[in-house]
Design a protein. Structure first.
Length: 676
């Protein structure tokens, strides 16, 4: 911590003590005004670690960072991660029939990382999360840090859109029970104990939830044939899990984690006349072990090492794309597959303080993922809703025994040149290899970098200029004619931040260019490689307004100013320019806490094939918390969701079913929380 920051904190604490003395003397109004100002002064010195892997002032972090404490999470009434991310500029989610997709500045979930206590939460095979992201429960989370923009320099592939860091609630015992509409059930618990003589701390966390399925019954399809056919379709989804159990042991500088997770779900399009069942059904099982050690600081050196083992299994039954995409005459394709893989991840991170104003950080990571089994069980059609083994099709993209090896090394240099000006420069080199493919071993290497500068002329104003380039592998197991599918992101961002006792404001302008190369596996076993490029200019703003000591208003909005694309083939929509807007009004005065939030999202597709496609979503969420006593709290929440997709032009030369859905959903939840 710099001398100036230390002095500012001491002054704020002294003034808080002065306010306390005023309260004792009866001058409550003057004390309240003094307390408000100094609490905000302390808030301006909030420390975060997600932007550079070490604790630093949020003002000097080399990225825009949004922080939610446990108090914020409770005040907003959110229970899962993606509900919380609605309150972050540029983040949003969209329900696509049976799934929920999250977007960060137009990029989908595969382009930003979610960490929990330093451990990555994802399915290594396709950079997707083993537990559906909307169901990452926040009941056991103490703090959430969200980094806007690329984190590839420090976190590697999969972080082109940003990084979310979850810090768990430890050193306390708590229990949450609840139930809601659609048969929802929820249980979250944390048990903590400490052995005084040895200093061993044990923490056991549990979460379990399920529902019977949400229904979006107002779907109005229009088929792509010359004579449109109206069918009464219904979108459904149902989830059981994740059911997750994790044990953490802390002893001196050692940390050990062991956990397992199980989740299953089904959902899709239902047509009563044809009798189609839910299109997708999947089961996930994950097991993991992690051992970490923090090295003792000495002579300006500090560091930590960790090793993680993860095993992942999935079985799935899917209805695929319309028959036109495969040459079949049926309406839907049905297939089932199983896959199993394991992952070993070694990492070492270090820091050397060169002098009080200059730090050097470095790290080395090595990861190996082995595909133990990938079996396509069957391929059927709408006349064979159950998989038919006689129609089995081999998968040339994923031969069993395929391995991917990755090695990363990164450097980061942080410098505080003056009390008002600081810089951050980082570089990561990634080496990647695939072995066990029919086409032979594949190797490649790429670089990611970041340059950032922060200028703070006074305690209330700060400016940041950030430029980075990220390299991400889209699917680490796509390897036949091409070694991988990948994307590159180049971005330049200008950020302005303002803080005073009544208002906290941040605004950003960014220019981003996405280049993506995909390997498409065709049904004859060949590979078609496509290159897409998309550019966008975004404006983002976020504000927190303190209306009174008990009332706070959060506002954020994102709008694309200009976008262009050369996409002439892909039906993937990972790079949708989207506008988002959200507002949350919170009231907190014991024993009540109440909030009302509104989130809206819209996007359009700039591609040649679908020039008019527009998606819209609006969500209203109300929440009330009532403290029964010091230990128990009653929670009641309600949500209303509406959404629509319109203007989807039919791809040239393709016939099949293309939907124009509009849906509506309502949810209610009642729960109780107890801590001791």
């Amino acid at each position: 911590m710099s001398r100036i920051n230390r002095k500012r904190r001491i002054q704020a604490l002294l003034q808080i003590l002065q306010a306390c003395s005023l309260i004792l003397s009866g001058t409550v109004t003057q004390a309240q005004e003094l307390l408000e100002g100094d609490i905000y002064a302390l808030m301006s010195e909030t420390t975060v670690s997600v932007a550079s892997r070490t604790a630093e002032s949020i003002i000097k972090a080399p990225a825009r960072v949004t922080v939610f404490t446990r108090r914020d999470i409770e005040a907003l009434g959110v229970q899962n991660l993606f509900d919380l991310l609605e309150q972050v500029p540029g983040f949003s989610r969209l329900a696509n029939f049976h799934d929920v997709v999250a977007y960060a500045n137009g990029l989908s979930t595969s382009s930003f990382m979610i960490y929990r206590d330093g451990s990555l939460i994802r399915d290594p095979i396709e950079q997707r999360y083993h537990s559906n992201p909307p169901y990452i429960d926040l009941g056991n989370v103490e703090r959430v840090e969200v980094m806007h923009g690329s984190g590839s320099v420090l976190y590697g592939q999969g972080a082109a859109a940003g990084v979310v860091q979850l810090i768990s609630r430890r050193n306390e015992n708590h229990l949450s029970l609840g139930a809601g509409s659609h048969g929802r059930k929820r249980l979250v618990a944390n048990l903590n104990t400490r052995e005084k003589s040895s200093g061993l701390v044990a923490n056991l966390s549990l979460q379990s939830q399920s529902d019977n399925g949400r229904r979006f019954s107002n779907l109005t399809p229009v088929w792509g044939y010359s004579t449109p056919t109206a069918l009464n379709l219904e979108g459904r989804d149902a989830r059981k899990g994740p059911h997750e159990l994790e044990l953490q042991l802390d002893w001196q500088r050692w940390t050990f984690n062991a956990g397992l997770s199980h989740a299953s779900g089904k959902g899709g399009i239902v047509e009563p006349t044809l009798g189609l069942s839910p299109a997708n059904a999947s089961t996930y099982n994950t097991r993991w072990l992690r051992l970490g050690h923090e090295l003792a600081a000495s002579r300006g050196w500090a560091g930590k090492v960790a090793v993680t083992w993860r095993e992942f299994d999935q079985s799935a039954r899917d209805f695929g794309y319309p028959g036109a995409f495969s040459g079949a005459d049926s309406l839907f394709l049905a297939y089932a597959h199983e896959r199993s893989l394991n992952e070993i991840h070694l990492e070492a991170h270090g820091e050397k303080q060169l002098n009080p104003s200059h730090d050097l950080q470095f790290g080395l990571e090595a990861r190996q993922v082995q595909l133990k089994r990938f079996q396509t069980l069957a391929l059927g059609d709408s006349e064979h809703p159950q998989p038919d083994p006689t129609l089995a099709v081999p998968n040339p993209m994923l031969p069993e025994g395929l391995k991917t090896h990755q090695s990363h090394v990164y450097l980061q240099y942080k410098a505080q040149w003056t009390p008002h000006f600081s810089t951050n420069a980082g570089l990561r080199h990634m080496w990647h290899a695939l072995t066990g493919t029919d086409a032979g071993d594949k190797q490649t290497s790429e670089n990611s970098y970041r340059l950032a500068a922060s200028f703070q002329p006074d305690p209330q104003h700060s400016f940041k200029l950030i430029h980075n380039q990220s390299f991400d592998l889209y699917n680490i197991f796509h390897a036949v004619d091409n070694p991988y599918s990948f994307s590159k992101v180049r971005a330049t961002e200008l950020v302005y931040e303002y803080n005073n006792p009544r208002l906290a404001l941040n605004a950003g302008f960014s220019r981003k260019t996405y280049t993506q190369v995909r390997d498409y596996a065709l049904f004859d076993g060949s590979i078609d490689s496509q290159t897409e490029e998309f550019s966008t200019t975004l404006a983002e703003i976020g504000a927190t307004v303190r209306l009174s000591p008990a009332v706070k208003l959060n506002l954020n909005a994102t709008r694309p100013l200009h976008s262009e694309s050369n996409d002439e083939f892909s039906y993937f929509v990972h790079y949708q320019p989207s506008y988002t807007a959200a507002a949350a009004l919170t009231y907190r005065k014991a024993p009540y806490t109440a909030s009302l939030s509104l989130a809206a999202r819209g996007s359009y597709d700039p591609s040649v094939l679908r020039p008019g496609r527009v998606e819209q979503k609006t969500e209203i969420h109300a929440n009330v918390r009532y403290e029964l006593n010091r230990q128990a709290t009653l929670v009641l929440s309600a949500r209303n969701l509406t959404g629509a997709i319109s203007g989807w032009a039919e791809p040239v030369g393709v016939t099949g079913s293309l939907f124009f859905p509009s849906g509506r959903g309502r949810e209610f939840y009642l729960g109780v929380e107890y801590q001791w």
